[in-house]
Design a protein around this ligand. Structure first.
Ligand code: AMP
Length: 193
């Protein structure tokens, strides 16, 4: 595994745990010699994960749309900074440049980004692992809802099981390294692929 994409809040969140977890993960990624790919901002948890990886001697690739360079304050000290034309381009490039995806606590943008990668995995467009990094129980309600979607017949258990949920860097890295993309039919009631 050469690169990990971290999605996270452009805000710091209301508990110190969130920024601390961003720093812990950034440091752990760098310590493993893995390149961090992220949204290129200097603010919130995004800035924290990047600063920690850089401080630990890691490589950090930031990918930011031109329209957000001022709003999210583009980080100027990254190993590689890519300014792209649109949000779609950003997400495409982040996906192409990464071997795995993880969402730290964040807002709507964070959810959109990790869910898009998970939906691509579900459709077999890529075979890279996707994870939630569950700090201070932040993702508990969402995980409960995902299980509810399975119970209600909208998500297959095999697709639900693709989403890794961890709360520490080491088990996360292990889960990433041992991940094998399952072959599961998307549409319930249709067993042919
Ligand atoms: P948030 O979790 O809302 O603080 O946003 C985290 C990151 O997601 C920021 O870099 C946002 O620019 C980005 N983001 C916001 N909206 C979207 C979207 N619709 N698609 C992809 N990324 C987004």
């Amino acid at each position: 595994m050469k690169s990990i994409c971290v999605y996270c809040g452009s805000n710091p969140g209301s508990r110190p745990d969130y920024v601390e977890a961003a720093r812990t993960l950034g440091t752990a990624i760098a310590a493993r010699g893995i390149t961090l790919v992220y949204g290129g901002a200097k603010v919130g948890c995004m800035g924290a994960v990047a600063d920690a990886a850089l401080a630990a001697g890691g490589k950090v690739v930031g990918i930011i749309p031109r329209a957000l360079v001022e709003k999210e304050i583009a980080h100027e000290g990254l190993t590689e900074s890519l300014v792209v034309g649109s949000m779609h381009e950003r997400k495409r490039l982040m996906a192409d440049r990464s071997d795995a995806f993880v969402a730290l606590p964040g807002g709507i943008g964070t959810l959109e980004e990790i869910f898009e990668m998970w939906t691509w995995a579900q459709l077999g467009h890529h075979a890279k692992p996707c994870a939630l990094y569950d700090v201070a129980g932040f993702y508990g309600p969402l995980v409960g809802f995902l299980d509810h979607q399975v119970t209600e017949g909208f998500v297959r258990p095999g697709h639900r099981g693709m989403l890794i949920v961890e709360r520490e860097p080491e088990p996360l890295f292990t889960a990433f390294e041992t991940y094998e993309a399952p072959v599961v039919v998307k549409w319930i009631g249709r067993e042919e692929r």
